[in-house]
Design a protein. Sequence first.
Length: 256
Amino acid sequence: MITFRNVSVEYRPGEKALDDINLEIQEGEFVVIVGLSGAGKSTLIRTINNLVPITDGELQVDGNSVGDLSRSGVRKLRSRIGMIFQGFNLVDRATVIQNVLMGRVYKLPTWRNVFGAYPKKDKQIAAKALNRVDLLEKAHSRATDLSGGQRQRVGIARALSQEPRVILADEPVASLDPPTSHAVMQHLQKINRDLGITTIVNLHFLDLATAYGDRIIGLRGGKVVFDGKGSECTPEIFEGIYGRSLTAEDTLQEDI
């Protein structure tokens, strides 16, 4: 599904955010990427939908060489990749169902999006996505009236409404409390298992990573320093990824 071959990203000459990355991610995998702030986690997943262009190497996504795509090719690629953001990225004054329908933008003519003239089929897809994250009863509430966890579930539903081949989640629980964080991760895990959508999640909290990641990729200084099963990850391995001793801030719990 996704192949990185000697991929590097330079934001400024001599400063590599990613440094010679080689990875293969199979269709249907649930992958968690861990690392300290600045390790390259967000850069890595944002190369997959070309929000961050690669500088060197080759990146293949779903049969496409991302660096060679035209503008229309990039648009088509992004239509198959759902993106979930740390800050939710919802339109607060819009209703929940309107926010979810924004995931259908790539599928519809511009005039339908401008006037909100969504076909019945698209409304059904949006409602089904909301039902999958247990928020159908909030469909006509304003986004601004929701809790943080509910807002993130709307973000998941919006990504699902694209009918994506890949879901990317960039620190989706960073601003949530522990019970809500687990609820969001459980929804992502269930979607992956039920629908077989390749799912890649950036996380800082190590207990969440081992609880939900079938595979964990560790980044440090833009390089892959670990790639293995979540069940194999011990505190010692995480210390190797982070390059320091673990602290209470590295987990959702008070104790490591």
